[in-house]
Design a binder for this molecule. Structure first.
Ligand code: HEC
Length: 135
């Protein structure tokens, strides 16, 4: 192998390692926990504050991925503009007395619960195999 080939091989190895770790993260997501949290925290608030459920089936898989990763939420300003805020331990603590799911998942790290909710939303998106119109 010449030097150019060696550099290319090294670069490809790095890319592959990077992709593997992203996949590992995605596999670690727990969509069942995400579903419980989505239903009992996100939807409950949407029903009362927005007057509609805003279920996973309201967006496509690509739209959910982009929405979650952009960390946008409610541009009207009626609630927090960060969707990550609503999965954070800070938020869970603030509603733990009145919300059983927030209390139950109090110890789950922010990044883990975010991955769980993100995975559930995508798994129930309108163009998924299992659209979740819910709840
Ligand atoms: C404290 C109340 C509250 C909580 C908790 C909450 N939301 Fe919302 N959400 C709102 C309001 C209010 C809107 C604006 C609805 C409208 O269009 O009138 C909204 C809108 C949305 C929208 C529509 C797009 C947008 O940004 O306007 C999505 C998607 C969404 N929320 C996702 C979530 C997810 C996922 C969670 C849970 C991790 C969550 N929300 C938690 C109040 C909340």
């Amino acid at each position: 192998m010449n030097v150019g080939m060696k550099r290319l091989a090294a670069a490809l190895t790095l890319v592959c390692v990077g992709l593997t770790s992203v996949n590992a993260l995605a596999e670690d997501a727990n969509p069942k926990r995400g579903r419980v949290y989505f239903k009992m925290v996100c939807t409950v608030c949407h029903m009362t504050q927005a007057g509609k459920a805003i279920p996973p089936s309201s967006l496509t898989m690509a739209e959910w991925g982009a929405y979650m990763d952009a960390d946008k939420h409610d541009k009207s300003g009626a609630s927090n503009t960060s969707v990550k805020y609503y999965v954070s331990q800070e938020y869970r603590k603030s509603v733990a007395d009145s919300n059983k799911a927030a209390k139950k998942f109090l110890d789950v790290p922010d990044a883990q619960l975010f991955a769980d909710v993100r995975a559930f939303a995508i798994s129930g998106a309108k163009d998924s195999d299992t659209p979740a119109s819910c709840e």
